[in-house]
Design a protein around this ligand. Structure first.
Ligand code: ATP
Length: 319
């Protein structure tokens, strides 16, 4: 089997608290991997590091063999935009300077000065874009575009919007839909919109929440919201899905539905890494379970191996 995700000697501290202390593990493609451990073991921090919300202090996380820090770098296309804007501005300023010192008529000086002003404004806008695209909250989207998606990596469900709209929006966020498209490709956009609506209905049917398509997300129960959240993640066409406590606060009927859907998705080739406190659910779902304790991997094994391991029993009960 191939490791889809490889975590090597991962470290993260907050002030004097070491949250992750040299954790190493693999997540194999096409499996459900459970990540468990007592409170404070470092599971959530590990999730935040893998999904790009935190920067590690040490260690390497590789996704499909590439360092995720590399995947989260701005693309060369984005960098070209920054440098293009800077070039325009400095060119404009140089020209206006030359005109001012008598190399051209006063009118030319005025025109170039205006040009430089526009260039400077474009530059300021691009600098803001550059800042935003390097921002901590933009970087994880690059990972999501490569197929590594964490449940809250996308905007949390919008309460005033319907379930259908919530799923459609997740897909649009991923495809980077922009205003220019809406203006210049109106026919194509309308066709895409109807295809997307159809795709979204299929997803709602798969999750058995199609009857809620036109319900406002704010009116849903906790369990229904978890299904919508899973639907939003799936609309982003992920390969590796990080689920943070998927059944917390979910009633038993919906929990069974969620478990079934995760199994179906696994059979379709999706890979899951799941943090969950409900041991019955995690042991039921996982192919392999990683146990964390005090920021590091205590052990990894099949659900049976993990449940009968003395170290695990001590970590949970002996503390
Ligand atoms: N932002 C932060 N600032 C300071 N300390 C933090 C921060 N995040 C986590 N910690 C500390 O790091 C340690 C690991 O926390 P983490 O939330 O990763 O554990 P966990 O295994 O997810 O716990 P739980 O099961 O209770 O959610 C804890 O001691 C916690 O208090």
């Amino acid at each position: 089997m191939t490791a889809l995700l490889n975590v090597d000697e991962l470290r993260k501290s907050f002030g004097g608290v070491t949250a992750v202390d040299g954790a190493s593990f693999d997540v194999e493609e096409g499996t459900v991997t459970g990540l468990i451990g007592p409170n404070g073991a470092g599971k959530t921090t590990t999730f935040n590091l893998i999904s790009g919300f935190y920067e590690p202090d040490g260690g390497v996380i590789s996704y499909r063999g590439t360092d995720t820090q590399e995947i989260m770098q701005p693309s060369s296309e984005e960098k070209n935009i920054w440098y293009g804007a800077s070039g325009m501005t400095f060119g404009g300023i140089a020209l206006s300077g030359a005109a001012y010192y008598g190399l051209a008529t006063p009118m030319l000086a005025g025109a170039t000065a205006v040009g430089a002003g526009i260039g400077a404004a474009v530059y300021a806008g691009q600098e803001r874009y550059k800042e935003a695209s390097e921002h901590t909250y933009t970087r994880p989207f690059r990972l999501a575009n490569e197929g590594l998606v964490r449940t809250f990596q996308i905007t949390r469900e919008l309460k005033g919007m319907t379930v259908l709209e919530n799923l459609m929006l997740a897909k649009k966020e991923q495809s980077g839909e922009n205003l220019l498209n809406a203006w210049f490709r109106q026919g194509a956009v309308a066709k895409e919109e109807s295809d997307l609506q159809q795709e979204t209905y299929q997803m709602l049917e798969f999750l058995e929440i199609d009857h809620l398509a036109n319900e406002e997300a704010g009116n849903l129960s906790g369990g229904q919201r978890k299904l919508v959240e899973l639907g939003r993640v799936l609309m982003m066409e992920p390969d590796l899905i990080l689920l943070d406590e998927p059944v917390a606060g979910v009633n038993p009927t919906l929990t069974q539905k969620l478990i079934k859907r995760i199994r179906d998705l696994r059979a379709d080739g999706y890979t899951f890494l799941i943090v969950e406190h409900d041991m019955e659910v995690i042991m039921n779902l996982s192919d392999t379970v990683i146990v964390m304790s005090e920021g590091t991997k205590l052990m990894q094994g099949s659900p049976d191996e993990v449940q009968s391991d003395e170290r695990v029993i001590d970590a949970y009960l002996g503390g």
